[in-house]
Design a protein around this ligand. Structure first.
Ligand code: NDP
Length: 249
């Protein structure tokens, strides 16, 4: 495993899928973060054994009150330290077509995949800024302070992959808009010492990615952690894959 070290990490949507895999990989690091905040939107209803065995925060990214409450709890835990790494991983997809896409599906997917990461980032910004200020590192890195938005190559306007099989305009549009959120964050927060990057995790066997996907959560999350350890100001405001490739917007 990589020698990546980071003091504190929060991952949204980490009761299953890629989010849970990321939390596990952080725990497996030779020097794991002092604070790893796993989150789920439905604490009481969570079916995940792994999540229920560790301290988990309740975050529904469509509910500003839950985001605010989680930021307060994180602030209490870290006791004067900031939050180094925020991973906006939570996301949904609706298997829609150009014919049946409607305002409801467009709305809920946009609210979850685009507005959610924006609101979560706003709420955790003071803690991210604090982490950046307290760091002795120069430049930008995930160990210092970073916002990583889990995007998808499905959102690439240049590539538009697998159009013949899945249309899903709400999903593609929401992640394309998330990429613009990343770009705006990168411009706004660069001078605060916060790295902001969109991530493509590959095509991964999860409920969202389906069983047809070629990659396992373990493979992908191991690769993502290696990739995170290499990110610097060069990747600020860009779209980086699990395989360290820069993807076209
Ligand atoms: P899963 O469906 O396995 O997991 C999605 C996670 O997001 C779950 O923990 C889910 O919680 C959570 N979530 C959904 N809505 C909300 C909400 N409103 N508030 C908080 N949490 C929420 O998907 P993946 O693990 O595959 O996806 C993770 C991210 O990776 C997503 O952003 C996805 O778009 C992206 N991605 C995935 C790919 C893949 O091939 N798997 C490819 C490209 C991108 P709950 O259990 O409560 O539903």
């Amino acid at each position: 495993m990589t020698e990546f070290t980071v003091g504190s990490v929060l991952v949204t949507g980490s009761n299953r899928g890629i989010g849970l895999g990321l939390v596990k990989r952080f725990l497996e690091l030779p020097n794991p973060p002092e604070w790893i905040f796993a989150t789920t939107r439905e604490l009481a209803g969570s079916q995940s054994k792994d999540a229920s065995e560790s301290p988990v925060l309740s975050v529904d990214v469509t509910d500003p009150n839950s985001i605010k409450a989680a930021a307060q709890r994180v602030e209490q835990h870290v006791q004067g330290h900031g939050l180094n790494l925020l991973i906006n991983n939570a996301g949904i997809a609706r298997v829609t077509t150009m014919e049946n896409e409607n305002a409801d599906t467009m709305g809920i997917v946009y609210l979850t995949n685009t507005v959610g990461p924006l609101l979560v980032s706003q709420e955790f910004l003071p803690l991210l800024k604090k982490a950046a200020q307290q760091s002795t590192q120069t430049g930008l890195s995930c160990s210092k302070a970073a916002i990583l938005n889990m995007s998808s190559i499905a959102a690439s306007i240049e590539v538009v992959p697998v159009w013949e099989f899945w249309k899903m305009p709400s999903y593609r549009c929401s992640k394309a808009a998330l990429n613009m959120v990343t770009k705006c964050q990168s411009l706004e927060y660069k001078n605060c010492g916060i790295l902001c990057t969109s991530i493509h995790p590959g095509w991964v066997k999860t409920r969202l990615g389906t069983e047809k996907a070629p990659q396992t959560v373990e493979e992908t999350t191991q690769a993502i952690l290696k990739m995170l350890s290499t990110l610097s100001e060069k990747e600020n405001g860009s779209f980086v894959g699990w395989d360290r490739q820069i993807y076209p917007w």
